[in-house]
Design a protein around this ligand. Structure first.
Ligand code: NDP
Length: 330
């Protein structure tokens, strides 16, 4: 077995030296537990937060211990009646090849309903984040113009497509490469998109949204949030999901500098965590699984092979190497 441990708490951008990759004995499950061989593990931006010990909504990873995260694996040993070898489960002990789990921490999934990777992305935590953030937090309604940043990523790509499928007037996305922009306006059906590296976000958003925006789904923060405030229509609603532009910053960001506009334009800005939204999971799956099955909602995965490449894949995720969900296949 192999696991990835936190070796040091990064300052600014993490490096490979902040991780250690350690070979261990295959653990034995013991009574009342399952041994799972992981097939896919997830790397996600929030993990950058858990590498730090700054105050947060979630406990930091322990130094010298295996890191955790979403995973899908196959039960190979079980002393629990409800689970048998061969069952496929989803759980929270990623970053390792083998996991010992108590049964209440494993959820059986059906490989016939969707490919396993979907349970870490479009049908999993990032998909639910998109669904809850757009529909509940931002109170999206048909006819809205929606702007989503980080639009080619796991969450953002679902936000933009869902908004289109649910009757948005116009959907605009931003992303960090011209290829991602072409993917957004091509395969994913966005009405407009821009590369935030090609010029000021405020100017590019103003050009893409001549009639302003009603909803902003924020994955990035900083100048993107400032641009959204500057282009908001009266009574616009913002769902603040992430601020990835700040996760590796060593100084607080300068933008947004136009917060007084929130008053006159009656803008609602609401942060949220997907952890509070799991009551919506069944509704989300019932709504979205058919859209995936019949191809109305498309999703990409960027797949990296091997546990030893997981730290680099995580760094690449923060740097934007992924289109859609970044997944490690073991
Ligand atoms: P993504 O698949 O979107 O991957 C992260 C992307 O962020 C990269 O591909 C990169 O794309 C982009 N990025 C990195 N640095 C910057 C930057 N400085 N400015 C703009 N974009 C940048 O990840 P997820 O879909 O998993 O997560 C998206 C956001 O949602 C994150 O902020 C995350 O923290 C948040 N999140 C919040 C949750 C909640 O409960 N509130 C739950 C899940 C996710 P590019 O090439 O476009 O730069």
């Amino acid at each position: 077995a192999t696991e990835v441990r936190l070796a040091a708490r990064p300052k600014g951008w993490p490096t490979l030296d902040d991780f250690s990759i350690v070979d261990t004995e295959v653990p034995s499950p013991g009574p009342g537990r399952l041994l799972v061989r992981n097939l896919l593990i997830s790397v996600d931006p929030y993990m950058r937060g858990r590498m730090s010990d700054a105050e947060s909504y979630i406990a930091p990873y322990e130094l010298g211990e295996a890191m955790q995260g979403g995973a899908v694996g196959e039960v190979i040993e079980s002393t629990v009646d409800d689970f048998r070898p061969g069952d496929v489960v989803q759980h929270g002990l990623g970053w390792r090849t083998h996991a010992v789990l108590e049964p209440q921490h494993a959820r059986k999934i059906d490989p016939d309903v969707a490919p396993l990777g979907a349970y870490l992305g479009v049908l999993g935590m990032p998909g639910l984040t998109a669904y809850a953030g757009l529909l509940e937090v931002a109170q999206f309604k048909a006819g809205d113009t929606v702007f989503v940043s980080g639009a080619a990523g796991a969450v953002g790509s679902v936000v933009g497509q869902l908004a289109k499928l649910k009757g948005a007037k116009r959907v605009i996305g931003s992303a960090g490469s011209d290829a991602k922009v072409a993917h957004l306006t091509g395969e994913l059906g966005f009405d407009a998109a821009f590369n935030y590296k090609n010029g000021p976000v405020a100017d590019q958003l103003a050009a893409a949204a001549p009639d302003g925006i009603d909803v902003y789904f924020d994955n990035v923060g900083g100048d993107h949030l400032e641009a959204a405030i500057g282009n908001a229509n009266q009574h616009a609603r913002f769902a603040v999901c992430g601020m990835i532009s700040a996760y590796n910053a060593t100084e607080p960001p300068v933008a947004p500098r136009n917060l007084t506009r929130i008053i006159g334009w009656r803008i609602t800005i609401r942060g949220f965590l997907v952890y509070d939204q799991y009551h919506l999971r069944d509704k989300f799956v019932a709504d979205v699984a058919p859209m995936i099955a019949d191809g109305r909602l498309r999703y990409e995965e960027t797949v990296v092979d091997g546990i030893r490449n997981a730290p680099q894949a995580f760094l690449d995720l923060l740097g934007g190497a992924n289109t859609g969900k970044m997944i490690i296949r073991l």
